[in-house]
Design a protein around this ligand. Structure first.
Ligand code: UT7
Length: 334
């Protein structure tokens, strides 16, 4: 659910990090029964970045956060809150946000992890905007970071080809009076879709055991087709509804930044919305699906390419495991 909302929070900086090591489709051809052509045709993905063994989610989150803070020119001690959106935390607890807070030296910031899978970053933006709009905290760092390679079964061709590792961060701050930033959101959960995409074991329902490991239950399990159809219809419907209730059409927005799960999903959403592809960011070919990090990574690339400028209307949209659904409308802040 969402509500009409205006102003008070703006995005002032972003930063991203991806590990240097790359896993190509050709590499995957040697690991599972697949082909570069199948992967490119069915997903648009050509490569994904993979974290080295010693690197965990908090390490990538810290690097992305440092880039965002440097871009804004403020020390970590200025942060009031840190939200880390992830389904691959370093460990159950302490939260990744605590690890990031410590490593950044962000004394004075509280923080927490947010689990909404591929919708994580959109939920994180919604949460940060409302925190900032309340008056305190005034500076919130939202990080989307996932080390998906740690929960993939590299013997399952239907899932291991899809995901990659990475992190991205936005700084959300109080907007000046009359200054536009966060405009509106529509977030939803449909828990009836929970079985379609999940990591079954490792939690309190099915704690780790020899049996859960033997059955490969600590990996991503997905009903790809089901998720595909849900993602297309929900991302399109939610985006449309959000625009409509703000009296806007796709002609009014400068850019749609969709979650990058599959290029065919993005194309189908664009078609349903009637938005031309030159207003849609697609960088899945380079990173694959980095779960909570796709939206900041795609936004970073759009900014670099000069496709997103201060004052532009931008729509972020995602669907993820849960199911979770989210769309956010912002006026770009820098
Ligand atoms: O981030 C949010 C969550 N995730 C998503 O949004 C992902 C949503 N789903 C998808 O992107 C697509 O469903 C997939 C890319 C996962 C699969 O594409 P698809 O077009 O839905 O293929 P499919 O699952 O219907 O499988 C078609 C065929 C099957 O063979 P048979 O049964 O027709 O003989 C699969 O076994 O393709 C086969 N297949 C592969 N072949 C070569 C599945 N994975 C591969 C592979 N290489 N990697």
């Amino acid at each position: 659910m969402g509500k009409s909302f205006s102003g008070k929070a703006k995005i002032t900086a972003l930063g991203c990090f991806t590990p240097s090591s790359v896993l190509t489709n050709q590499d995957l051809e040697k690991m599972v029964d697949t082909s570069d052509q199948w992967i490119v045709d069915r997903t648009g993905i050509r490569q994904r970045h993979i974290a080295p063994p010693e690197m965990a989610t908090s390490d990538m989150a810290v690097e992305a956060a440092k880039v965002a803070l440097a871009a804004r020119g403020i020390p970590a001690t200025d942060l009031h809150a840190i939200i880390v959106c992830t389904v691959t935390p370093d460990m159950f607890f302490p939260s990744t946000a605590c690890l990031v807070q410590d490593r950044l030296g962000a004394r004075g910031a509280f923080g927490f992890d947010l689990i909404a899978a591929c919708s994580g970053f959109v939920y994180g933006l919604t949460t940060a905007a409302h925190l900032v709009a309340s008056g305190e905290p005034k500076k919130v760092l939202v990080v989307g970071a996932d080390t998906m390679s740690r929960i993939l079964n590299y013997e399952d061709r239907a899932t291991c080809i899809l995901f990659g590792d990475g992190a991205g961060a936005f700084l959300v701050e109080t907007a000046a009076d009359g200054e536009e930033g966060f405009l509106d959101y529509l977030n939803e959960v449909d828990g009836s879709g929970g079985d379609a995409l999940k990591m079954p074991a490792g939690g309190s329902r099915m704690p780790p055991s020899h049996a859960t490991i033997d059955q490969k239950l600590h990996y991503v399990h997905q009903e790809g087709n089901q998720v595909f159809k849900y993602a297309v219809s929900k991302m399109a419907d939610t985006s449309k509804a959000l625009l409509e209730r703000n009296g806007l059409t796709v002609d009014d927005i400068a850019l749609l930044v969709p979650h990058q799960a599959n290029q065919r999903i993005i194309h189908a959403v664009a078609e349903r919305l009637g938005i031309s592809l030159d207003k849609v960011v697609i960088n899945i070919h380079e990173y694959g699906n980095t779960t909570a990090a796709t939206i900041p990574l795609a936004t970073r690339d759009a900014v670099r390419q000069g496709r997103l400028k201060k004052g532009d209307l931008v729509l972020f949209a995602a669907v993820g495991a849960g199911y979770t659904v989210g769309a956010n409308l912002w006026r770009w802040g820098f």
